[in-house]
Design a protein around this ligand. Sequence first.
Ligand SMILES: Nc1ncnc2c1ncn2[C@@H]1O[C@H](COP(=O)(O)OP(=O)(O)OP(=O)(O)O)[C@@H](O)[C@H]1O
Length: 533
Amino acid sequence: MFGTKLQRRTLDLRYNEMWNDWDNTYEQQMPKKFVHGHLVLSWKKINVQVKQTTKTFFHGSKTSYKQILHNVSGNVQCGNLLGIMGPSGSGKTTLMATISHRTKGNFEGELLLNGRPISEEVMIKISGFVPQHDISFEQLTALEHLTLMANLKVSQKTTKIELKEHIDEIISTLGMAKFLDTRISFLSGGERKKIALAVQLLNNPPILFCDEITTGLDSYSAAHIVNTLKSVARMGKIVICTIHQPASGVFGKFDEVLLLSNGLLAYQGPVTMVHQLFQKFNYECPDMFNEADFVISILNSENENVKENVKEMCKLTSTDQLTNVNYDLFNNQTQFDPQHLEKLETQKPSWPKQFELVLNRSIKCFARNYKNNLLELGTIWFLGIIISAPFANLQFDTKAVQNWEGFWLIFVINFIFHFSYSAIPSYQIKFAIVHREIHNKVYSLSAYYVSEMLIVVFWILVKMVCYCVSGFWIVGADQSSLQLLVFYLLAFAAYSYGSLLSAYFNLIENTMIFATIYDFMTLPLSGAYLSFM
Ligand SMILES: Nc1ncnc2c1ncn2[C@@H]1O[C@H](COP(=O)(O)OP(=O)(O)OP(=O)(O)O)[C@@H](O)[C@H]1O
């Protein structure tokens, strides 16, 4: 019994020691001079509105507009870790996507770096973005993915040894060693988050955005990640994270916090001052109560009085006078011209190198997907046999003309359907990943396209041979290379059509509905059923 008590005490001590240790390690003094110069990112009166269209059968479509962010202003300077916090649906992700120029929709307001407007292109070049739900090629292991991204993102002037050291350092900082050799498909949500963060840390961007980085992590790992982000900020970077409901120890680690309530700014300032704002409205966080939980419970309250107070709080924070004072204070503070950041061109790999790296990844993913590939191959081989079997050993005489017509019709139609429909699911996920990587300028579209084409060319050939050779052999049709070439081109056209549909529609269900209706409508119109004899 005493042993257990003693053990628990030792554990508590160790736990406290560890937290203090972290605080000592990461609570470093700000460096006098920052690597990228003194950076201040500001946003003023950001308004975001989305268009909503509802379609009803009898009344047609109705368009309405939903305001997600209302006049949200704020700023953050390098060396600081800013947390954007608020109840679910308050607009945290929208605000971060807007100030990081990662949103597709339009926004109103100003977005400035050191008082100068920052374009989407420059922002993407100088910042990293860790999304809430990261997607990557799941057949790769964590280490393979990280190494590939390092080769694509880190300057080519870096030697192989330096690159390995850099990767090892990130791995040990984020505590990733124990799942490095595990395939991404088997990793937990928290482990995937660490990979996504590691990838963004690879090229040391001056600004780092992390969406819900601690969600899904236990409080120990969450504190560890936040500490890591704080140390990244202390290197002279701007780090902005959205956070859901952090443990009290984690909340206190942020330098500043920005509170949102229903798309309105409720507060931005030091974490240590949050309680003062709430005290003004007579809300006192009880002792031993998580301050972050307390803040969210007030901002999210259904009580009418509390709601009124929160509205008042937002009004106070968003007054023009206060916004301008904060804004000018930050923007006048630095005369540093951030234009040099635009030239922060990490020497990217050449096109052949990008092609080699992306092709390597495509081959690995394709090979590791062997169960599905074998199943696909078995299906098309079986289809070829089952369709040709009733027409076995067709003669070449006038009596068999009708049978030949029937055979070619059913054989070709099934062939086209198989190749077009098999392209649909395979691209739905790939497109989302590749689109994001190309948008972030990790590699060029042409490098990916050519590498993917090589695999498609090979795979279509294998499947076409499987289907045609077995079918032709059963019916006794001509197996000349010209005949096979025609079928190969046909397969390619069908596959391209399937890929086009897959890229056009967001949801696989919509693609299938469209494809089924379109195909069965165009089939009778194609003339395939007409006899001109
Ligand atoms: N394209 C859209 N169309 C309609 N409503 C949208 C759209 N995008 C966001 N919203 C709405 O805007 C609000 C804010 O969304 P956002 O994702 O920014 O919230 P959040 O604070 O990040 O939420 P969570 O913590 O749950 O992730 C939500 O009510 C959401 O439903």
